[in-house]
Design a protein around this ligand. Sequence first.
Ligand code: ATP
Length: 431
Amino acid sequence: MRTYIHEIDKYIDHEVTLKGWLVNKRSSGKIIFLEIRDGSGFIQAIITQDGVSKQIWELANTLTQESSLIITGIVSQHPKKPSVFELQVSTIQIINIAQEYPISKKEHGPDFLLNERHLWLRSKRQWAILKVRDVVETAIHQYLHEQFFVRTDSPILTPNACEGTTTLFPVPYFNLGEVYLAQTGQLYIEAAIGSVGRCYDFGPVFRAEKSTTKRHLTEFWMMDAEAAFVEHEENMQIQEELVKAIAKQCLKKCQEEFAILERDTTPLEKMLTQSFRRVTYEEAIPLLHSLGSDIKFGEDLGNDDERLLTKESEVPVFIHKWPKTIKPFYMKRDPENTDLVLNNDLIGIEGAGEIVGGSQREDDYEILLGRIREEGLPEKDYAWYLDLRKYGSVAHSGFGIGVERMVRWMSGTEHIRECIPFPRLVNRMRP
Ligand code: ATP
């Protein structure tokens, strides 16, 4: 019977057929060990010269790394490790003998591997990261649906920027001149809450920043969520619950992947039992000074500052209520201090850096118009956005989470380029 490796434990002592690829072959005299993968997992298949026909034995000897095959045998439990299963092979059908595979077991440099990304994806580590990514994405959808958020996708081609055009990719567009690839869908889903109350989008966004850090891609996947009648504190609460829901699902579903990635899951487990810390920007600056940073009030936090603030922490840290001078026009002013806005960054632990950015949005027509004018933004382009404040305006808040940042953190991966199937970086577009 055809089955998949991830459910092989149901078939102990039964004959099954697997369809997959050869990862590795070792032979010792009259035994050949084949490591097989089928997309759902990895298994060792054992061929003994006495247990198969001469023809099958010879076929097995011709197999090369990455050859595709259909293999049949009896499932057995590893004699010493009861959670490990093996296949005692009775027959093999070769589908395709792979040519000499460029990725071998020896160490390869990142440039070489990125050039071979279409093949590199097959390696165990990359498989594990793809699986974690799938669990992260599914957990986001699941949590938001449980909280009555409606998926409402936003456009990718947009006529104007959310925060100015300097970090946007321009695209020529028929007779309408230049349009841009979206860097967030936020403004659009703010419109959609007028219809569905709570909503989110999920899709690729594009940033033309020349950042070459381990946390920046030029194309990445973002989930923007937005909710009517939600204010600053509740907005942070939703973010905390969402991050915990993602971590919980990863711990539940990715144990095999975490073992491959050698990811110690203790910090995630500890994090789930505690509340996230909340520090205002005003509190963060002297705290950073005491930790050795030379950041000045009114500056954005750098990578090192984020690391300092979370170094000793078992939980992610919200840095909230930032100076309005360094934040976009749409963020709502703090009624207690109008030089500040009701926003937050959420800094993950274990060097994850900024994972989520959110804010309560300005819902007052006059104040928003004033902010658009102060920033010198083209007023007519924002007329529709201002309209939202004319017809039944309500307090509302939202946030954006970078999917690859989350995958990088959950999987314990050093560089974000491994957290998306085909990374787009400042100096890389292929394959
Ligand atoms: P950073 O300061 O780290 O560049 P940002 O403040 O520009 O991030 P936001 O505009 O708040 O980020 O975007 C929301 C989320 O999207 C971030 O919290 C982060 O998770 C993710 N993100 C932002 N820029 C990138 C990028 N270039 N590559 C991958 N993820 C990103």
